[in-house]
Design a protein around this ligand. Structure first.
Ligand code: CP
Ligand code: NVA
Length: 302
């Protein structure tokens, strides 16, 4: 494993290895056991979109591993003024030991990996959010003990989160169902991947069908970063695609609820369900730190 660009690139074994290391690093942090695997290393963090969790968890995580994180806002970089990503990649490879990038196009992340010579970590693109989904898988395993026999259900937009959850969920052996409006389905590349899993993958436009007997219910905002101009249109399209008491009633009685955050209460999830599952949702947010530290160690340690 040289980079973390998308879940599609990871084998099941690589995912499980990351999750196992994440569990170990979480244990070490909680018990005050030092783990300076990246002593003397530097991570550049390029943000072309806003972030709370990704920024703070990568920065803190790098510090806890003994390394140094540099926050690089695209407003201040020449990349924001049009310097080609090919050149940025070759320059930054000479200063840094790794790059985390949050941007719009997946191609930009893939280009950084192609032209640079250091590990690249995708901190969210319009196509996928692998760091979040590794944390989600870690959280599911933590609460449920294993992935065996679990059904994971995503309700809402066929967006970056849905894409990575479908791939990650199927790769670790869960059944995956998704309910989304017909005009907001995941892209063909993801659906083609999912088709190979036969009846372990189900897609419908009826939320209650997807949520039936689910062990894990997940949703995300109706308008992602960059789609703010479509917010009103999307509110109409997604009406009914909400995790609420009625949907929870058809899921497994012990179903857990995850949300990558930020959440819009009374849109994709009700306040009541959100607060009823806050322990799972905020453990999920914490696990960003541990999962990403595991990714950085796998990619950047000597
Ligand atoms: N879930 C997530 O990636 O949060 P941020 O946008 O705050 O980084
Ligand atoms: N789908 C959301 C996820 C935010 C973490 C977005 O891209 O804005």
């Amino acid at each position: 494993m040289k980079h973390l660009l998308k879940m599609l690139d990871l084998s099941t074994e690589e995912i499980i290895d990351i999750l196992n290391l994440a569990d170990q690093l979480k244990y070490e942090l909680k018990h005050g056991i030092p783990h300076p695997h990246l002593k003397g290393k530097t991570l550049g963090m390029i943000f072309q979109k806003a972030s709370t969790r990704t920024r703070v968890s990568f920065e803190t995580g790098m510090y806890q591993l003994g390394g140094y994180p540099l926050f690089l806002s695209s407003n201040d970089l020449q990349i924001g003024r049009g310097e080609p990503v090919q050149d940025t990649a070759r320059v930054l490879s000479r200063y840094l030991d790794g790059i985390m990038i949050r941007t719009f196009e997946q191609k930009e992340v893939e280009d950084l990996a192609e032209y640079g010579s250091i590990p690249i970590i995708n901190g969210l693109t319009d196509f996928c959010h692998p760091c979040q989904v590794l944390a989600d898988l870690m959280t599911i395993r933590e609460f449920k003990g294993s992935f065996d026999g679990l059904k994971m259900c995503f309700i809402g937009d066929g967006n970056n989160m849905a894409n990575s959850l479908i791939v990650g969920g199927l790769k670790v052996g869960m059944s995956v169902s998704i309910a989304c409006p017909d005009d907001y389905q995941p892209p063909k590349e993801i659906l083609d991947f999912a088709k190979e899993y036969g009846d372990k993958f189900q897609m419908t436009n009826v939320p209650a069908e997807a949520a039936k007997d689910a062990d894990v219910l997940i949703t995300d905002v109706w308008a992602s970063m960059g789609q703010e101009g479509e917010a009103e249109k999307r509110k109409k399209a997604f009406a009914g695609y909400q995790i609420n008491d009625d949907l929870m009633a058809v899921a497994h009685e012990d179903a857990m609820v995850l949300h990558c955050l930020p959440a819009h209460r009374e849109e994709e999830i009700t306040e009541k369900v959100f607060e009823g599952h806050a322990n799972e949702i905020f453990e999920e947010a914490e696990n960003r730190l541990h999962a990403q530290k595991a990714v950085m160690v796998k990619l950047m340690a000597d």
